[in-house]
Ligand binder design. Structure first.
Ligand code: ADP
Length: 167
């Protein structure tokens, strides 16, 4: 897979699917979740209500409403201080892996991720990025060709650029 690292607003992207850093209730919220629901429109929240709930580490799919993508993949990353560190690592890795599996299963060629759990959920940014790299290295896609890591703060952008230099 080709890896793109950008500093941008994920709601502006036109990848086949976009990942949302959702909460377990799929209820919308602040941060990237709020921005996605605001830009995508109320149809997404309605679909989320029908689905009802998503466990931490899992991923579910809805249409992308008014966004430019075909699908929105909602995954729930761990809240850093709610778990022992190794469990938080496992849950974050699962969030990424399950999102990749779902997008691949949906025949997506391109997928964009925000920096899941590294905002309000408090996951250390460098630790998260290292886990992401490991997940991507072990993932064998059937359809996915381009992965975009859409950073929203300079710190994540710098961490990703440094880490993926050797990808
Ligand atoms: P979480 O609760 O999973 O930590 P947040 O939304 O608080 O989710 O933060 C996750 C990441 O999303 C953070 O790095 C934050 O800077 C980033 N973010 C916030 N708004 C956007 C946006 N519009 N596009 C891309 N990333 C965003």
């Amino acid at each position: 897979m080709k890896i793109n690292i950008i500093l941008d607003d994920i709601t502006k992207l036109k990848t086949d699917a976009i990942v949302n850093a959702a909460n377990r209730q799929l209820a919308g919220g602040g941060g990237v979740d709020g921005a996605i629901h605001k830009a995508g429109g109320s149809a997404i929240l309605e679909e989320c209500r029908q689905i009802g709930y998503c466990e931490t580490g899992k991923a579910v799919v809805t249409t992308a409403g008014n966004l430019l993508s075909r699908y929105l993949i909602h995954t729930v990353g761990p809240i850093w201080h709610e778990h022992p560190a190794l469990m938080a690592d496992l849950l974050l890795s699962l969030s990424y892996r399950n999102s990749l599996l779902l997008a691949d299963h949906l025949d997506c060629k391109s997928l964009a991720f925000p920096n899941i759990s590294t905002g309000v959920y408090g996951f250390p940014k460098d630790r998260a990025a290292e886990l992401v790299k490991e997940v991507v290295q072990h993932f064998e896609p059937e359809k996915l060709e381009i992965l975009t890591f859409c950073c929203f703060d300079q710190e994540n952008y710098d961490i990703y650029n440094e880490l993926f230099k050797t990808f």
